[in-house]
Design a protein around this ligand. Structure first.
Ligand code: 5AD
Ligand code: SF4
Length: 475
């Protein structure tokens, strides 16, 4: 009987990709996926350390498994990803029934580590060197990128895929744990990225999202010794037949070059969508965060985006309640959000992370209730802006990559047999669109006429060539 694997993934796109690759490698060893922990032989948790809440959630998930492990000691429980690197042996102390702790730089070892546990060799731990535990080269080598061949069946939407172009981060923003757990920034070789993208295109992938912590800082060297940047990569990927959309996340404001903006404007397949976190609208906060730019420079970057890529959608991240943030400083963030009119913003309450410069240098002195209030205030403003901008889309026809059945339709019991269902997809600019259609249209890019909007969703009707906006002939 095949062995069964349960995997729980939280966190960023990098984690989604890592989970896909780990599952693919375990499937090659004969594993099948299950969504039920109690049916699984091996249970893996791919974890996030960016905020304390994410770590607490993982510990509470692990807590639930205590009884299961007590009654089935043969089941193997593993913690992988950022929290494994961050907490290391502490995980065994808090959850003594965990068998496996594997950092993001050792994921390729998971199949052999599981075998070791199964063979009775006891608990296994594999993590990378810390940022102060060796030379840069040694530390970089201890963080290995895990990029084996891809398995489209392992993705919720086989026609969309993440492609890693960079691992690690060297920016060391004072609040952020990522440089410690994901190690030094390393660009993948351009030839490897292109080969993987060609392979994905051959498997039917139409949309590629290039991922890196600071994806636009990418530098890679090819076999001939030539240095490539992100604009070079976009141009080369643009030539790959079958790929119809190219996105990239996450951008670092300081590295948003005119050359990159020109590539976004001129290469049709590249989505006019840029996620460029600002984090704060106050220069004092940006300095404490060690973001490496001023609000004036961020504004100038926004001007260059608006002029260089007309119609581009820009989204951002903000941290509220970072150490010492005053009401006046928060107001400057509000002003920046009002001014930049982001498509959407991800807003986070500051969460102190042990081991960061922020935790060493500054006091986490903004009360939780104030963080909560500021979070709500900023979210409300952003939602209003998102709604206003979405309303401007009413009457437009947008090309939508159909991603699947909408959440609402998936919940309905009869969703499985009716030919017409509510579908969801995304525009080139990354706007979510919901419309009625046929499940056979999943994976296609279709023109959809927008007739209504909410702050984060557009509502539309598929346009057919013969009779304009029509639904039922599509079955
Ligand atoms: N607390 C709150 N938010 C954080 N982020 C990173 N570190 C922290 C932290 N310690 C946010 C940043 C980043 C996003 C991925 O998570 O806004 O852009
Ligand atoms: Fe963290 Fe800053 Fe690197 Fe982003 S750029 S991963 S926020 S250290």
């Amino acid at each position: 009987m095949p062995k069964r694997l349960y995997i729980d993934t939280v966190g960023c796109q990098m984690n989604m990709l890592d989970s896909e690759l780990v599952v693919a490698s375990l499937r090659q060893q004969g594993y099948e996926l299950t969504t039920k922990p109690e049916e699984a032989d091996t249970l893996l948790f791919n974890t996030c350390s960016v905020r304390e809440q994410a770590e607490n959630k993982t510990y509470s998930h692990l807590g639930v498994l205590r009884d299961l492990k007590a009654s089935h000691p043969e089941k193997i429980i593993g913690v992988m990803g950022c929290m494994a690197q961050n907490h290391q042996k502490k995980i065994f102390q808090r959850a003594p029934y965990v068998d496996l702790v594997v950092g993001p730089g050792q994921l390729h070892q998971i199949p052999s580590l599981i075998d070791k546990v199964a063979a009775g060799e006891g608990r296994q731990i594999e993590v990378s060197l810390g940022r102060r535990d060796g030379s840069r080269v040694e530390i970089a080598r201890s963080h290995e990128s895990f990029d084996p061949l891809r398995d489209p069946e392992m993705r919720p939407t086989p026609f969309q895929a993440y492609v890693r172009i960079q691992i690690g981060c060297d920016k060391f923003c004072t609040y952020c744990i990522v440089p410690s757990v994901r190690g030094p920034e390393q660009g993948r070789r351009p030839e490897d990225i292109l080969a993987e993208t060609r392979h994905l295109a051959d498997q039917g992938t139409v949309e590629i999202t290039l991922v890196g912590q600071t994806v636009n800082s990418y530098r890679g060297q090819d076999a001939a010794g030539k240095s490539w940047n992100l604009a070079d990569l976009l141009a080369a990927i643009h030539e790959i037949d079958g790929i119809r959309r190219i996105k990239f996340v996450t951008n670092y404001p300081k590295d948003m070059t005119d050359e990159l903006l020109t590539a976004v404007r001129e290469l049709d397949k590249v989505s006019p969508y840029l996620h460029v976190p600002a984090q704060s609208g106050s220069n004092d906060m940006l300095k404490r965060m060690k973001r490496g730019y001023t609000v004036e420079q961020y504004r100038d970057m926004m001007r260059r985006i608006r002029e260089g890529v007309p119609g581009a959608a820009v989204s951002s991240d903000f941290i509220v309640g970072f150490c010492g943030e005053t009401e006046a400083e928060f107001q400057m963030t509000v002003d920046l959000v009002e001014e930049c009119r982001f498509k959407n913003s991800f807003i986070f309450k500051y969460s102190e992370r042990e081991g960061t410069r922020g935790a060493e240098l500054f006091l986490d002195d903004v009360p939780f209730t104030v963080k909560q209030e500021r979070n709500n205030t900023l979210l409300e403003i952003q939602n209003r802006i998102s709604l206003e901008d979405n309303q401007k889309q009413i009457g437009n026809t947008l090309n939508v990559l159909v991603e699947g059945i909408s959440k609402a339709a998936a919940k309905k019991e009869d969703a499985d047999d009716s030919p017409v269902v509510q579908l969801t997809g995304r525009t080139h600019c990354d706007r979510i669109v919901v419309f009625d259609g046929n499940r056979r249209q999943i994976g296609q890019i279709l023109p959809v006429a927008i007739y209504d909007s909410a702050s984060h969703t557009l509502f539309g009707e598929v346009i057919t060539e013969e009779c304009g906006s029509e639904l039922f002939m599509l079955s």
